[in-house]
Design a protein around this ligand. Sequence first.
Ligand SMILES: Cc1cc2nc3c(=O)[nH]c(=O)nc-3n(C[C@H](O)[C@H](O)[C@H](O)COP(=O)(O)OP(=O)(O)OC[C@H]3O[C@@H](n4cnc5c(N)ncnc54)[C@H](O)[C@@H]3O)c2cc1C
Length: 347
Amino acid sequence: MKNWQNLGSLAQARNQNEEAEKNKPKFKIKRVYDLIIIGCGPSGLAASIYASRQKLDFCVITKDVGGMTNLNPYPIENYLGYHYVTGVELEQKFEEHFRSFNPPTIYDKVRKIEKTNQGFLVTTESSNFFDCKAVVIATGRINKPLNVPGELDFAGKGISFCAHCDAPLFRDKVVAVVGGGRTGLDSALQLLNIAKKVYLVEIGNKIREEEPIAKLVKTASKVEVLTSTKVLEIVGDNVVRGIKILKDKKQEIIKVDGIFISVGYGPNTEFLGNLVRMNDRREIIINENNMSSVPGIFAAGDCTSVKEKQVLVAAGEGVKALISASEFLHLGKANILKVVIPIKSKR
Ligand SMILES: Cc1cc2nc3c(=O)[nH]c(=O)nc-3n(C[C@H](O)[C@H](O)[C@H](O)COP(=O)(O)OP(=O)(O)OC[C@H]3O[C@@H](n4cnc5c(N)ncnc54)[C@H](O)[C@@H]3O)c2cc1C
């Protein structure tokens, strides 16, 4: 090997060591905890701060800190206390607050949760095992992409995955909502009072008519529904200028200023298998105290059946889940069932 290659690999090895050292937990890994919080987006962060202040015996297992707020390319205008803040700035504030408590944090992906006599066994991708009495699941969700050319190029330049978050940025503009299912109809509804015109683009031969809001959206004068229409490409220069579609075997470009991709999403709940009750989207069904169908498993934020997927909601739900989990730990299962109405499980 040539010298410069040696130097390169040495530098690489040193960087890797430094990286590993930086990521090394600053505490001794203990494998039995009262509580494990999984995920560290707004809901997991809020739960962790409350758990730290309550001095609970807990750890956080997460792939990253900040979750989806890190990915937001647009300003956030709907978080309390800020007229305007970028996702990254808000995440930095969250992370600063979180780290000030120095909560035990393990950077890993949870692979499985199993029930044990004492509570639960959490297994991670790096084959670490943790026993605990209660769990708060705050693992969020992933938006499904369209997978068409232009989608990545125009992220933050006219493409949005969240009408609740970004609709006000498209006041008096022409927009397309892609997806005529539940999510797409909801996006179109959010845009009704804001956009100048809304194209609702659906690949199937009809939109989801059985949804209660379908009629309202379909009959709104500013909405044009395009069924049997396939999106081929998102086009533009510095920003989105149009959407290339295929309809009746003909290609056409519709001029739009913004595109809301609303073809569904999937919660990060695959590691639960059939342990807890879920809805048809595989979101964890929780009661008003954030408890799942299994006593001791609590959930919060975008991975749950709570309809509103927003930073403020996720943070509040994280707090609720933590307070319920803390009651569960203090009072024990028999007593918590008196205070927390459990969900009837089919399992
Ligand atoms: C592009 C975009 C723009 C948005 N704009 C806004 C906005 O303007 N206003 C607003 O209020 N909301 C907005 N949202 C929504 C908001 O970001 C989410 O509602 C919020 O982040 C949900 O928080 P959460 O904690 O439930 O989940 P997430 O933020 O998704 O965090 C989940 C956490 O779980 C971790 N995780 C996942 N699976 C595992 C596993 N198996 N093991 C360990 N860890 C795991 C992840 O690494 C992450 O840390 C936007 C979302 C997107 C994508």
